[in-house]
Ligand binder design. Structure first.
Ligand SMILES: C[S@@+](CC[C@H](N)C(=O)[O-])C[C@H]1O[C@@H](n2cnc3c(N)ncnc32)[C@H](O)[C@@H]1O
Length: 217
């Protein structure tokens, strides 16, 4: 079942950026396995943190998801979408049309970036689990620590321990809430965690772990 949703296989392009940009060049937003029409779970968790409408929110690896669009519609004013793929960002910008200027769009690799501001809330659905290299994960955590305000919230969704082993033709890591907490360390308090079953457009089922942490220092 899981293999029905591999976006790309065989000869992978050289770089991470090329890989992801090719995915978005070749697929419609609702053809990728991670597609969801409405980001219900993410939105519910974001709202549960109590982040203010003028709080600054970053969607890391936002791709063509409708998180930014939905947050805008709900009155949030300071939204950033970061992605490694320029094609994904362009598609999202086009979908938002005259609203697009209300969002900051950042094209960057999250393991290499120095973010231009500090955030009250960091959202990542299905990005961290692609970091199979321990050095990349360490750099990701460093970027979170540089850029998330003390008291800020970190919402991360990864494949669960019994989730898929691959996505988009790439190996992934799979996490329990405790495993994810270990990656981020004691400066983060785990407020909430749960599992969900995501149904892909091809009707496959993928188990995810969702965690919401608060940065304590
Ligand atoms: C599985 S998709 C999830 C997209 C979106 N978060 C969602 O839930 O629909 C993974 C996304 O992460 C982006 N991505 C992968 N590696 C990245 C990296 N190192 N830095 C920034 N973005 C990355 C990809 O371009 C892609 O949009």
């Amino acid at each position: 079942m899981e293999n029905m949703d591999i976006e790309q296989s065989e000869s992978l392009p050289a770089s991470r950026k090329e890989h992801w940009d090719n995915v978005y060049k070749n697929k419609l937003p609702n053809e990728v396995s991670w597609y969801e029409e409405y980001p219900e779970v993410s939105l519910k968790l974001i709202k549960s943190t109590g982040v203010a409408p003028d709080g600054s929110i970053i969607d890391v690896g936002g791709g063509t998801s409708s998180v930014a669009e939905t947050l805008l519609a709900d009155g949030y004013q300071r939204i950033t979408v970061l992605d490694i793929s320029p094609s994904a960002l362009e598609k999202s910008r086009q979908r938002l049309r005259e609203q697009a200027h209300k969002v900051k769009w950042l094209e960057a690799d999250i393991t290499e970036v120095r973010l231009p501001e500090e955030y009250d809330l960091w959202h990542d659905r299905a990005v961290f689990h692609f970091l199979t290299d321990a050095g990349d994960r360490k750099r990701y955590v460093q970027v979170v620590k540089q850029s998330l305000k003390p008291g800020g919230h970190l919402i991360i969704a990864t494949f669960a321990i019994d989730g898929p082993q691959k996505c988009s033709g790439l190996e992934v890591m799979r996490y329990s809430p405790e495993g994810l907490h270990n990656e981020f360390g004691g400066d983060f308090e785990l407020l909430e965690s749960f599992g969900i079953e995501h149904v892909t457009p091809a009707k496959g089922m993928q188990r995810f772990t969702f965690c919401c942490f608060r940065r304590t220092v």
